[in-house]
Design a protein around this ligand. Structure first.
Ligand SMILES: Cc1cc2nc3c(=O)[nH]c(=O)nc-3n(C[C@H](O)[C@H](O)[C@H](O)COP(=O)(O)OP(=O)(O)OC[C@H]3O[C@@H](n4cnc5c(N)ncnc54)[C@H](O)[C@@H]3O)c2cc1C
Length: 517
């Protein structure tokens, strides 16, 4: 194959666009096909209400890799982050509040108002995660290491015990070991992300992989993206196009075409065919293998393994336009800087977050979900008319599918309930709202194409991470079909807007073609 190798990328999520950017730079003939009429996948900004632009799904840039930003020159193509500090504030029903700053010492002093024991413990806690993240982050932009390689690396750094703790001690025990106050325990319990079950062994390992956000060095890339998260994917698209890639929207792939277990191209739902030497799928693994391929191409054992992958963890999104800011003065005083409201986390206790996980497993819409409120317009004036604001809530955990009834039955009531919850902290919130809507996991699946509304394509559990993502033996972005690669969040490094799967898969392709130096 020559540098004019034809590559079709199924899906213009951020990882598909990152892969396109690298491959186009190497001179390949790259075409990206996106089923929606907008690019970006789960990193997209849409005008939900006339004049109000909101990040439909992902809302904070916290782990997008600096190398990807620099290699693809995303700033040149419009990417801009407003770094936020405090990164989050946590108000509690008892009137207390904790602010999380980038500076651990500053956060520690803030915590001292609640517990001096926890203020001191905060610095030890931070050190624990810094040590873990320093080693793990070396593997973000490489094919994943095996557990033996990882163990060897931690051993070489005299950190074997740390790895053992991460892999075997549940996050909840670590939290209880460090902290005594309900408030600090609540805050740190929200960091378990998709793991959900903070009582499970391995929950600390996943947290370490993803706590990178809180402990990253390049704080200039942590924050709110100008124009919403679509600002990231728009810049990625422009970067790839500037190097020759073409991007076609309203182009849903029906079938990945093969001949004798080798890709030959794709066929769209409208019957159009695009021939290709290489196909990369940005769709999640279940969608790719169970819907876009003929069963005979991969074999029933492989398909069985794909079907068994866990996609249990789900979340919902609440989006609204506002004529004024919610009033958090009961917590912040009368003269507070509105920038404090960029990110507000509502989670009263560790028990609260655990219950939402258990409820969601049982198909119940919990009355204790973790609510991450974001008001990007306190930084970014481009997303709402002057003086007005947009607000979103990322709400987890909720069931993918409701056990008794359906999401459609409870959606409106759920939205009303969320408004009432926020009013407990900011009493004018209901009056401030102009318009609102809720996206349930089923809505997210329909709109973005994520199986079970799973925001990271597959659950982020130890048995589906690193060299086991998506399956053991298939973590190198290749598949049983020759010429077909995966490039989305169902591969290492996993979900979130990292650019890592796109970067890594593109480099595997380039290496195969002999184009990597
Ligand atoms: C509600 C929510 C909140 C989140 N919050 C954050 C956050 O704050 N920060 C963060 O970093 N991450 C967050 N995430 C996670 C993050 O957004 C995703 O993990 C990431 O964007 C996935 O990127 P991707 O490129 O791998 O896949 P996707 O974004 O899923 O892109 C896949 C693309 O493929 C397209 N596609 C699928 N099938 C076909 C087909 N047959 N033909 C053509 N196109 C197809 C889809 O339409 C989609 O555009 C959130 C996600 C959600 C849903």
């Amino acid at each position: 194959m020559s540098s004019k190798t034809r590559v079709v990328i199924v899906g213009a999520g951020h990882n598909g666009l990152v892969a396109a950017g690298y491959l186009a730079r190497a001179g390949l003939n790259v075409k990206v096909l996106e089923r929606r009429n907008v690019i970006g996948g789960a990193a997209v900004t849409e005008e939900w209400f006339p004049g109000y632009k909101i990040s439909t799904c992902s809302y904070v840039c916290h782990i997008l890799q600096k190398k990807v930003i620099d290699d693809l020159q995303l700033r040149k193509y419009g990417f801009h982050v407003y770094p936020i500090d405090p990164g989050r504030i946590h108000p509690f029903p008892n009137g207390k509040i904790i602010k999380l700053w980038h500076d651990d010492e500053r956060t520690s002093e803030n915590i001292r108002l609640i517990s001096s024991h926890d203020a001191d413990a905060w610095l030890d806690w931070a050190d624990f995660w810094h040590r873990a993240v320093r080693i793990l982050s070396d593997y973000y932009l490489t094919p994943p290491p095996s557990m033996e390689q990882l163990t060897e690396r931690f051993r070489a750094e005299n950190e074997e015990e740390l790895l053992e703790t991460l892999l075997t001690v549940p996050l909840k025990y670590i939290i209880n070991h460090y902290f005594e106050s309900d408030e600090v325990k609540a805050i740190v319990s929200t960091g378990a992300f998709d793991m959900g079950d903070i009582s499970a062994p391995g929950s600390a390992y996943i947290t370490a992989l993803y706590r990178y956000s809180a402990y990253r060095e390049d704080t200039e890339n942590y924050g709110i993206v100008r124009g919403g998260m679509g600002g990231i994917t728009q810049s990625m698209a422009k970067s790839a196009q500037a190097h020759g890639a073409s991007i076609k929207t309203d182009a849903e792939v029906k079938l990945i075409l093969t001949d004798n277990h080798e890709v030959t191209g794709v066929e769209l739902v409208n019957g159009e065919v695009f021939e290709a030497d290489i196909v990369m799928s940005n769709a999640d693994p279940k969608r790719t293998f169970l819907k876009l391929l003929d069963r005979k191409d991969v074999g029933s054992n492989f398909l069985g393994d794909i079907k068994s992958l866990k996609t249990d963890s789900a979340s919902a999104k609440f989006l609204c336009s506002m004529k004024e800011l919610p009033d958090f003065s009961a917590y912040l005083g009368l003269e507070y800087d509105p920038k404090n409201l960029a990110m507000v986390c509502i989670c009263p206790s560790l028990e609260h977050s655990q219950k939402s996980w258990i409820d969601s497993k049982n198909g119940i819409v919990s009355n204790t979900p973790i609510i991450q409120v974001q008001i990007p317009s306190v930084y970014d004036k481009t997303v709402a008319p002057e003086g007005h604001h947009v607000l979103s809530m990322w709400v987890y955990f909720v069931p993918s599918h409701v056990k008794d009834g359906s999401w459609a039955d409870v959606k409106q009531e759920f939205g009303e309930w969320l408004i009432t919850e926020v009013c407990k902290y900011a009493p004018n919130f209901r009056d401030a709202i102009i318009d609102w809507t809720v996206l349930t996991p089923e809505d997210i699946e329909d709109r973005i194409g994520l199986t079970d509304g799973n925001i990271r394509h597959l659950d982020m559990v130890p048995q589906q991470m690193m060299s086991k993502r998506p399956l053991s033996g298939w973590s190198d972005y290749q598949t049983p079909v020759k010429g077909l690669y995966l490039c989305g969040s169902g591969t290492h490094l996993g979900g979130e807007v990292t650019g890592a799967p796109g970067h890594n898969s593109a480099h595997v392709v380039l290496e195969k073609l002999g184009l990597v130096v």
